[in-house]
Ligand binder design. Structure first.
Ligand code: GLY
Length: 315
């Protein structure tokens, strides 16, 4: 294994057109948040922290920031409620934990980490996940903690009879109130021992059906990590990523075609478009610590530190 004793990290805050970020101030605010999460990750990794610890902590920070669609600031479902999904995966062991359809938990990724560490299972959903959270003394936050005025306005706009519509809407032609609903957050990291980890967390898609689960908590669809190949976190219309099992497809491209992360990212995004006209994108760190990303939407908020180098952020 090459490039040991250095580290890499990538962070995303969602793929979309971000018509909701109306001013430069909003854009700067998003980029500053991504940068500060990356710097937090740098501190953990530089001081010898594991990739798994890093992706959990950094995803928690993104969940705490109401500008992103995860944790506080999650979008609302058709009933005007927040239902969240999250997953975390360790590339050294292929152990993983995931939760889906959960409510009132500030940091779903932390609950997913406890599922990974303390349960015999990989994925817990709704009432069962809530009972598990209760058993592990997770605090229940009030609904008001998750709701932002912007999300309420988006929900109003996305309701039947308003423009915006369902997830079947064409990403390229949707009006404002359209693509920004695809946001999700995610972090991938490679630590100084060469281990990879990935985490993804989301409120899902605005105005989604009650009980709908997206790709984020589905291993191989919205998240995947394997030390032999790569760590991946996806963002976008979850149905497109589930139908193409995109995160595992990217891993398989590296494994079976002996490609690096950059070449795999190119093939992976072509595959997503060709097979399902997929709407969204992903971040990827390969087993050598090389960073790659690709998206089919107009933008993806993301940033990276490759092999301990400078911090780069893009929107
Ligand atoms: N990619 C997030 C979701 O579809 O739920």
């Amino acid at each position: 294994m090459d490039n040991l004793d250095t580290y890499s990290i990538m962070v995303h805050g969602g793929a979309g057109d971000f018509g909701n970020l109306k001013s430069d101030k909003d854009r700067v605010r998003c980029l500053e948040s991504i940068r500060s999460v990356l710097e937090h990750g740098r501190c953990i990794l530089q001081s010898g922290g594991s990739a798994l610890e890093t992706v959990e902590q950094c995803t928690s920070l993104l969940e705490d920031d109401p500008v992103f669609n995860a944790g506080a600031g999650s979008v609302l479902n058709e009933a005007g409620k927040v239902e969240m999904d999250a997953a975390i995966m360790c590339g050294a062991t292929l152990k993983a934990g995931a939760v889906a359809g959960i409510t009132n938990i500030a940091n779903p990724v932390q609950l997913a980490r406890v599922v990974l560490a303390e349960s015999d299972h990989v994925l817990l959903i709704s009432a069962g996940a809530q009972r598990f959270a209760d058993r592990w003394n997770f605090e229940l936050m009030p609904d008001s903690y998750f709701l932002t005025p912007q999300r309420l306005a988006e929900w109003e706009q996305a309701r039947p009879g308003q423009h915006g519509g369902s997830i079947g809407v064409d990403a390229e032609t949707s009006a404002s109130g359209g693509e920004e609903k695809y946001g999700t957050v995610g972090v991938v990291a490679r630590d100084r021992l060469g281990s990879l980890a990935a985490a993804t967390s989301t409120g899902g898609i605005a105005n989604k059906s009650f009980g709908r689960v997206g790709d984020s908590p589905i291993l191989g669809a919205g998240v995947y990590a394997d030390n032999e190949t790569c760590a991946v976190s996806c963002s976008g219309v979850g149905e497109d990523f589930m139908r193409t099992v995109l995160a595992k497809t990217l891993s398989d491209i590296i494994q079976f075609k002996a490609l690096d992360g950059l070449a795999a990212a190119r093939e992976g995004i072509d595959y997503l478009l060709r097979k399902v006209k997929g709407r969204g994108g992903f971040i990827l760190i390969d087993n050598q610590g090389r960073c790659a990303s690709a998206f089919t939407t107009k933008k993806m908020i993301h940033g990276w530190i490759e092999l301990g180098g400078e911090t780069v952020c893009q929107l």
